[in-house]
Every structure is written in C-alpha cells, then in structure tokens.
Design a protein around this ligand. Structure first.
Ligand code: NAD
Ligand code: WQD
Length: 340
C-alpha cells in the first residue's frame, strides 16, 4: 500500500519512513526542505536499501498538492508530519505558523476527504495538555488554553480533523500526541538536524558535549519536583516511528473503534533535567558542562504520559530506555561532527 509521508525528510518523519518501509509499506515522501537537508534521503536509502519516491514541494501551494494527488492516485494513507515546530518563533511570527501548520493541512484533507477510502495520521503534541493537573496524563485530560501559536495549531489541527472525519464517508484518522522525542536511528545515518542554536534539551546537550556550545543552561532548579528541575517523558524516536506503523496498520485493517481516535505516545516515565544530564554523562563517559539558570517562560513543571491506551489498543509499547536514547543521540552527534 502506498503511503504519503509529508515532512518525511524531517526528524520524526525520516525515522518513520524507515519503519514503514521495513513493515512493507511503499512510501512517497514530500518535503520542502525548510527544516532539513536532501542528504537525509541518502541516509534513508542506505538504511532501507532503496530510494523512496521524493517530491520537493511546499504544501502551502494548493495547486502543487492537487498535482501530487493527480500524479499519485493510489495514495491511500497519509502521515502528516510537515509543520513548523519552534515554540518561540511561533510567538514572534504567528501567521507563519497558522499558515504552515493549518492551511497546508486543509489542502491535504481536501484531497483525502473525496477519496472512497483513505487514512490519515496527524502529528499532535503533549503541548495540547498544557500543565495537566494529574500525572500521568491520559487522553481524557482537558485541553488547556494554548501557551503559544504553535500549541494552538495542534489544538486547532485536531479539531479540523475531527470535524472533517465526521462528514467524509471514507476517511479514518488518528491523532498522535507525542511527548518528547529524542535519539536517533541505531545506524547513526539519520537523526535530529536542528538549525541554529537548539531550543530542545537533548540536541543542546549533545552539541555542548561535542564542543559547539560552551555549557548547557538548566532552566530552573526551584520547581516543585524531587530535584527542583522540570520533568518530561523522553521517548526514543525509533519507538515513536514504530507507533506510527501500528496506528496506520490499525486504520488500514479497519480495526478502529471510531473514525477519529487519539493516542498519547510516550514511555510513561518522567525524567528530570538533572536525570537526563546524569544519564548522558553515564553513556558518553564524559562530564557535561552546565549551570543552573533562571526558569524559561512557558515551561510546564511536569508532563509524562499515561500510555495504557496506546499499549492496549495499538499493541505498541516503547522498548528503549533513556540511556539507550541518549547513547543514540550522542552517536549521531559524533557522526555529524566527525568526532570518531
Ligand atoms: P522537523 O522540522 O524535523 O520535520 C518537519 C519536516 O516538514 C521538515 O523536514 C520540513 O522541511 C518539512 N516541512 C515543513 N513545512 C513544510 C511545507 N509547508 N511543505 C512541505 N514540507 C514542509 O520536525 P519533527 O520534529 O520531525 O516534527 C514532525 C511533526 O511532529 C511536526 O508536526 C511537529 O509539530 C510534531 N511534533 C514534534 C515534536 C518534537 O519535539 N520534535 C513533538 C510533538 C509534535
Ligand atoms: C525539555 C526540558 C526545559 C533546553 C518542547 C515544546 C513542545 C514539544 C516538545 C512539539 C524543559 C529544559 C531545555 C535547555 C533546559 N514540541 N531545558 N535547557 O519544553 O518539553 O517541549 O518540545 O510539539 O511543544 O514546547 O522540550 O526539549 O525544550 O525542554 O534546561 O537549553 O529541558 O526547561 O524542562 P519541552 P525541551
């Protein structure tokens, strides 16, 4: 079966392309290269042993989206990763985020909704929960007012999808709410490629260890948590990729209990910033230079997933530990910087 992966040369998309191919799906990739490099396609090819079909196009151009579906009429499923994802940038340039994350999504849905049968997986985020009142966070936790335009695009994206599925007879969909994806493929041929100064913890750590950054600033150690630093649910990107295969296969088999379902994707385990540093130091065998800095605006104190629904319904469970994920992130950074 032919599956379109939008943003398939991005971080999570590239790992999912590999997992889909290994599961026997034929993959078509679309990416405008706004947040990645074409070399990622070489990395994918060298892992799976063939080069997936790739279209360099911008999904904000509806005409190009229409032409894509004309050229590839047998696409039955779409995994939609393509979006902009920098929270701070979304505050500075909200229209860029509303346009890229929502108008492109609408153009895709317009194509899918008229097919007799189609399946869609939407990349949502744990950010929709804001600071949840109860840990671990279940899918039933209330959606809080979004902290940023980026977070808002995920909330609105879910609503658009839910409304569209209701009125289209052939479309079934799953929204996946990722917690904090980290790590890289075991081959170190694909991984995260942050542009500029990384905003996320793990690429900042690996770049600091590689000597690109002087030290990590730990954003706050006076939170009401056991060691005072924030707690997150860090999930290996390869585990996340496997969850997409499980979700897609559920849709393809017609096994869903309704045409729109939502799942949390995390490990179920919360780790503090200091625990991440400690784990990184263990797997890398080196001390990480860091200092305690002030809190970062907008950070939630803690967020970790209740994964019971994904485990039970998707038959999927994360396999990798925090140590595994950090070791793979470090191997990828070393490969990128030719450190071995
Ligand atoms: P990424 O930036 O690495 O990948 C997104 C890809 O989409 C990039 O390769 C980019 O070039 C492409 N793209 C962006 N706009 C496009 C457009 N208009 N047309 C065609 N291609 C376009 O990001 P990622 O970390 O792989 O995230 C994938 C998805 O998962 C995003 O929707 C993101 O919001 C969501 N998500 C990410 C995280 C995270 O922490 N990484 C957490 C939760 C949700
Ligand atoms: C993790 C922890 C920081 C950098 C973001 C988005 C969210 C989602 C995932 C997409 C926090 C601390 C970080 C640093 C630090 N993305 N930190 N020093 O904030 O959980 O979520 O990515 O949907 O929407 O907001 O991830 O990796 O930025 O931070 O101390 O230099 O590391 O304060 O506690 P976050 P993160």
């Amino acid at each position: 079966m032919k599956i379109l992966v939008t943003g398939g040369l991005g971080y999570i998309g590239s790992h999912t392309v590999v997992a889909l191919s290994e599961a026997g799906y034929e993959v078509v990739i679309v990416d405008n290269l706004s947040n990645t490099r074409i070399e990622v396609l070489d990395g994918i090819e060298s892992i799976i042993g063939r080069r997936p079909t790739f279209y360099e196009l911008d999904l904000r151009n509806e005409l190009q989206v229409v032409e894509l579906f004309d050229k590839e009429p047998s696409i039955e499923g779409v995994i939609h990763f393509a979006a902009s994802k920098a929270v701070g940038e979304s505050v500075e340039n909200p229209l860029l985020y509303y346009e890229n994350n929502l108008s492109a999504f609408i153009y895709l849905l317009k194509q899918l909704a008229v097919k007799p049968k189609s399946h869609l997986i939407f990349s949502s985020s744990c950010t929709v929960y804001g600071q949840a009142d109860v840990m671990p966070i279940t899918e039933k936790a209330p959606i809080k007012v979004a902290e940023s335009p980026y977070g808002n695009t995920k909330q609105i994206g879910e609503e658009i999808l839910k409304d569209t599925v209701k009125v289209s007879s052939g479309l079934s969909a799953i929204a996946l709410r990722y917690f904090n994806p980290i790590g890289a493929h075991a081959s170190a041929k694909i991984g995260e490629l942050p542009l500029g100064v990384p905003q996320n913890l793990v690429p900042f750590i690996t770049q600091t260890a590689a000597g690109l950054r002087k030290e990590l600033a730990v954003f706050g150690d006076d939170y009401p948590t056991p060691d005072g630093t924030c707690i997150r649910d860090y999930i290996h990107v390869v585990d996340l990729a496997e969850a997409h295969v499980a979700a897609l296969t559920r849709l393809v088999k017609g096994a869903s209990s309704s045409d729109y379902e939502v799942f949390n994707l995390g490990t179920g385990k919360g780790s503090s910033v200091l625990e991440v540093i400690e784990s990184f130091e263990k797997v890398s065998g080196s001390k990480l230079p860091y200092r305690i800095a002030g809190r970062r605006e907008g950070d939630v104190i803690q967020a970790f997933a209740d994964t019971e629904k994904a485990n039970r319904v998707l038959g999927w469970k994360s396999k990798y530990s925090l140590d595994d994920a950090l070791a793979s992130a470090w191997a990828w950074e070393r490969k990128l910087r030719n450190l071995d």
